[in-house]
Design a binder for this molecule. Structure first.
Ligand SMILES: C[S@@+](CC[C@H](N)C(=O)[O-])C[C@H]1O[C@@H](n2cnc3c(N)ncnc32)[C@H](O)[C@@H]1O
Length: 335
């Protein structure tokens, strides 16, 4: 066993109100399972994750490089001196793709990466190439951009037209500015002569090419919008039930006219579950002030998914601010 120290990005502590090391540890346990003895250690005033592994160092470094909070890796020598280990570049796109947009209601980039990592790690299907990842509450696209950055196809649904437009405009500008070969179009969606909204379709000409499709509309219509298409992974940051200006971030009317995130999720989760392929995984973050973990878990299991329980799956709860305590929950579709 070789001993390592993974230096954590200091910015992560701002995201998780000082609890970044705890979350990074849980993320590592889930997504780099061939590491052992993970523990938080402070060395000269900085937070590290101490870990051991018998993996070849290249393989280990590749896994650690994709962790949401990793900054630098060191091997611990017998004399306790630290030997730097190069973390390879695992992302296909520059990180400013995800960090440039700044807006109210944006899901933090680091947290989005963590949610994607943990949800992908829960897949029961083999991962052989780009995955099809759906964010059915896609906002201005943090999950979609992160999915592309990680080399996966991205799909979304968003009810807020302005968010949809801003996302489409930003993607076009960024891809053009970086001189990346791509196509990107916005077109109307019509069925039986009726206008159902709009769709954004983009292709990034990498090898293999990456696709993105986003619909405007209510997430409860996600299955109708995507038709027979199925997804390996559904990842979403649910509305928090907080008010921005004069509006809440929950949109559309539920059957029960319930404007809380709980009402929306109760109706949307069965739709999302049906859009998963066999062995696919669903990861959702939400504000526990509006919905308990038990109730979220019951909604997922009522939809036929198996909720992953026990540590480290239950170790991701953290405070965001006085009105938001965020947790995440992962569930998988039967094989
Ligand atoms: C927490 S935000 C997600 C933000 C996104 N991850 C980002 O970083 O841009 C939740 C999103 O759900 C959208 N939303 C709320 N109710 C919806 C509904 N019924 N159908 C589709 N989208 C909805 C909101 O407009 C908001 O953009």
């Amino acid at each position: 066993m070789t001993r390592y120290l993974l230096l954590l990005a200091p910015s992560a502590n701002r995201v998780y109100a000082g609890e970044s090391a705890r979350l990074a540890r849980a993320e590592l346990q889930v997504s780099c399972p061939r590491t052992h003895g993970q523990d938080v250690e402070e060395v000269a005033g900085l937070d590290y994750l101490a870990l051991e592994s018998d993996q070849p160092v290249d393989e280990l470094a590749r896994c650690l490089a994709g962790q949401s909070a990793s900054l630098a890796l060191f091997e611990r020598t017998d004399t306790d001196l630290l030997r730097p280990v190069q973390l390879p570049r695992v992302d296909l796109l520059d990180d400013d793709f995800v960090t440039i947009p700044k807006y109210q209601g944006k899901t933090n980039e680091q947290f989005t990466r963590l949610l994607l990592n943990v949800t992908i790690a829960a897949l029961r299907r083999p991962v052989t190439g780009p995955l099809d990842i759906l964010d059915p509450l896609s906002g201005r696209g943090t999950t979609l951009e992160t999915a592309w950055t990680m080399g996966h196809h991205a799909y979304g649904v968003e009810a807020d037209e302005k968010s949809f437009e801003a996302m489409a405009a930003y993607l076009r500008t960024w891809l053009r500015r970086k001189r990346l070969k791509h196509t990107a179009t916005v077109s109307p969606v019509r069925r039986e002569g009726r206008s159902l909204g709009r769709r954004f379709d983009a292709e990034l000409r990498l090898d293999p090419p990456l696709t993105m499709t986003v619909f405007t509309g209510d997430t409860r219509q996600s299955a109708a919008l995507f038709g027979k298409k199925r997804f390996d992974v559904v990842v979403t940051d649910a509305p928090y039930g907080v008010v921005h200006g004069s509006q809440t971030d929950v949109r559309g009317h539920s059957g029960k006219r319930d404007r809380s995130p709980a009402g929306l999720l109760r109706e949307a989760i069965p739709v999302w579950a049906r859009q998963l392929r066999r062995g696919g995984s669903l990861g959702m973050s939400w504000n526990t002030y509006g919905l308990s973990r038990e109730d979220a878990a019951a909604m997922l299991s009522d939809a036929g998914l198996e909720v992953l329980d026990g540590a480290p799956w239950t170790s991701f709860g953290h405070r965001v601010d006085s009105s938001i305590n965020r947790d995440l929950i992962i569930a998988v579709a039967p094989l």
